[in-house]
Design a binder for this molecule. Structure first.
Ligand code: ASP
Ligand code: MG
Length: 469
């Protein structure tokens, strides 16, 4: 029995033309696999708009959030109108979109009434979840119209998560039970479940989200729990790139990565993959293919078990926000690490991962990674919370807190390649190095640099990767 899980990211779902590609891709693969499951993101840009609506609701800007809901409505309806659907289906689908958007307005209204200083993710999760709910309905209708047996499934009915709103963690044992009850019967009767990515729910049934880019995470959890043979991630770019192509236009596709390399790439900021998505697949290392929906003939990136290459080499360079803490004294780091851990968890729902810690006779330095799944304002929120916390202990904790960039070179067996590390460091030239660390998996090597030098550091290390061909 062969099974394929396919994830369609927002960039592969933006327009009616893109949706036709999705349809073609699913239709093509139905003959090649016994069972298939589809996981979808919201249409391109929709999640950002929903977040904005929730923010406007927080400041009771009723006109603002209503305007966004109206824009979302016309955008979805315009796409529906362009799709090859029968009239009754189109009609039902329109009604579904209206119902989902009316829920969005209800949630926004309740945010506006319960105004609080910071928008709590418990409120925004219920708002932003609508994006995936709308897109899953659209994909379902489109596939069904073409005679493909399928049904939209809400991730909130499948993924049982903790109550860390905005960055929830699925409980695999509880989720497995739901997957068994809901998805297995569908799969064994030749139906394709079209699951909303990004969304889960607490045991009490409150909607949660898995963090920005969380559809990857949904697809990897489902791939692992179903024991699927492969996971295909469809996006709008050609695959995992040697650097962020928005930053460095000469970035190129990495044809092959090991699981450990992909995990480090995701963790250290390659925005194409959610930072926690590789972990659920640790046991069953199903091959992951990352491909461009607009150019399916291209090979994309293949993530496989094993080491991949013989000679150590650098494959990619990433940059991600970090927060650094420094003080002009040495001494135990246990207290401050605990404090950082607690504040981090309270503010962002994130467990602390100290990335670099170093001490000398007269100073101490700690640096941690802020995952991109936290959203764009995560670093600022954390920095504010940390500074406020530190102010409670003025004498004990003379720590300076700053945002920094963590620039990471990814490749296999870097512990066996001091020359590569030396070359990368040499390239940095006059850029100040605040901290250094070798990744525990031997697949990454990170330097902390001032945030303003991130781009230059990226570019210089990337030159090394491009030159090594
Ligand atoms: N739509 C969500 C986001 O934009 C989840 C995803 O795309 O994976 O973050
Ligand atoms: Mg998205």
């Amino acid at each position: 029995m062969s099974m394929l899980v396919m994830k369609f990211g927002g960039s592969s779902l933006g327009t009616a033309a893109a949706l036709s590609q999705v349809l073609g891709t699913v239709a093509n693969e139905t003959g090649n696999w016994d069972q298939m499951l589809v996981v979808v993101s919201a249409l391109d840009g929709v999640t950002d708009m929903l977040f904005e609506a929730a923010q406007l609701a927080r400041i009771a800007n009723q006109r603002g959030y209503r305007r966004i809901a109206a824009n979302l409505r016309s955008r979805h309806l315009a796409i529906i109108d362009q799709l090859p659907l029968e009239r009754p289906d189109r009609h039902t689908l329109r009604a579904e979109i209206d119902r989902l958007l009316s829920d969005v307005l209800d949630h926004c209204r309740s945010i506006a009434i319960n105004l609080n200083e910071e928008l709590s993710p418990a409120y925004s999760d219920a708002v932003v979840a609508a994006g995936e709910r709308m897109s899953a309905r659209i994909v379902e209708a489109l596939l069904r119209q073409q005679g493909i047996r399928c049904a939209a499934v809400d991730g909130a009915d499948l993924l049982v998560t903790d109550d860390v709103y905005g960055n929830a963690q699925p409980d695999l044992a509880l989720t497995r039970k739901r997957v068994g009850e809901t998805l297995l019967p569908m799969l064994s009767s030749d139906m394709i479940p079209v699951v909303t990515g990004f969304i889960g729910a607490t045991i009490a049934g409150e909607t949660t989200t898995l963090g920005r880019g969380g559809t990857d995470y949904t697809s990897s959890v489902l791939c692992a729990l179903l024991g699927a043979d492969e996971l295909w991630i469809w996006t709008g770019v050609d695959g995992m790139m040697s650097a962020d192509p928005h930053e460095l236009p000469n970035a190129r596709v990495i044809p092959r990565l090991s699981y450990a390399e992909a995990a480090d790439l995701a963790y250290f900021g390659a925005r194409l993959l959610h930072s926690r998505m590789i972990a659920p697949l640790a046991e069953r290392q199903a091959p992951i293919r990352i491909k461009n929906i607009a150019a399916p003939e291209q090979t994309g990136t293949l993530v496989l078990t094993g080491k991949g290459d013989d000679a150590p080499s650098l494959k990619a360079v990433t940059s991600i926000h970090g927060l650094s803490l420094r003080r002009p004294a040495s001494g135990s780091l246990a207290g401050v690490t605990r404090l950082v851990g607690n504040t981090l968890f309270k503010t962002l729902g994130m467990r602390s991962e100290v990335m670099i810690a170093s001490q000398s006779a007269t100073s101490s330095f700690i640096c941690l990674v802020i995952p991109t799944s936290i959203g764009i304002d995560g670093v600022d929120r954390l920095q504010r919370a940390m500074i406020a916390k530190m102010a409670e202990y003025p004498e004990k904790m003379p720590w300076t807190i700053e945002t920094v960039a963590l620039v990471t070179a990814i490749g296999s067996d870097l512990h066996r390649a001091p020359r590569l590390q030396a070359q990368a460091l040499e390239r940095l030239g006059d850029i100040e190095i605040l901290g250094l660390a070798m990744g525990a998996s031997n697949c990454s090597f990170t330097v902390a640099v001032p945030a303003s030098d991130a781009r230059a550091a990226l570019r210089r290390i990337h030159e090394l990767i491009v030159k090594s061909d």
